[in-house]
Design a protein around this ligand. Sequence first.
Ligand SMILES: C[S@@+](CC[C@H](N)C(=O)[O-])C[C@H]1O[C@@H](n2cnc3c(N)ncnc32)[C@H](O)[C@@H]1O
Length: 289
Amino acid sequence: MNYRHIYHAGNFADLAKHLVLVAVLRRLLEKDTPIAFLDTHAGAGLYELGRDEAARSGEAVLGIGKLHLNKAPPALQPLLSLVSQVNRGTWAPNAPPRRYPGSPKIAALLLRPQDRLVACELHPADSILLRKLFAEDSRATIHRMDGYQALKAYLPPKERRGLVLIDPPFEAPDEFDRLAAGLGRAVRKWPTGVFLAWYPQKEAAGVQAFLAKLAQHRIRKLLHVTFAVAAPSAERLSACGMLLVNPPWRVEGEIEPALNALVASLQAPGGCVGLEWLAGDATTGAATV
Ligand SMILES: C[S@@+](CC[C@H](N)C(=O)[O-])C[C@H]1O[C@@H](n2cnc3c(N)ncnc32)[C@H](O)[C@@H]1O
């Protein structure tokens, strides 16, 4: 396992994924009843952007480094206020913040006392960091385990409401196959759950094959969101996709302006946002949230 998320924390793809994550979680939290959040590939949870790895990749500078709470459009504020919280007043304009929160931390900042967070991370060092980060949080359970096994072990959650984030590193050549199979199987286990899966868009043929495999699972309500800062390239990540199963009613009306605001704020001339229903649509009724 070579992948470490510290190299990529706060890059454009993290921001796009986290804007969608925040929009979905906020909608799920509108009702008082508890939710469960399962993060199958959680990472370390909080990233120090001053560390060598982040500085060497330079990805955060081109991502979160271009944004600031006081200057960004309102559609970005829900995420940026969480980034601000983990920086406790130290985030200076025109520079990346010192810290950037990962998906489990972002969720934990939004979840209420009645909610539950389950986070899985396989990397030995990052799983230790994650465990330390949540040591005092009684809502959280951290497992050093395979995220796809977690889908088998922990679904459906006892709350019967909630969100599953599947955000693998795409190091292994068969990751697209594992993701399609894992997501399809998980939705069969929990047909009313909300799922968010992220993938990189590098080669069109690989993405098409992945979407075709996913279609075999006949998921009934599936929104495909794409985000690019430049045309997809095999060499360097410049575009990504997200699949949302059973998205909360009309959440796309929040996601689209947030991602458009992100493209504009990142000053990416070749950037674009796409939203397409692959199955079901906004008119077919709200998913059970
Ligand atoms: C893209 S990063 C996660 C980023 C995180 N979800 C976020 O948004 O902040 C993927 C993570 O999955 C971990 N990982 C790799 N294979 C895994 C597996 N089979 N099960 C669980 N975690 C795994 C990697 O160590 C890495 O930290």
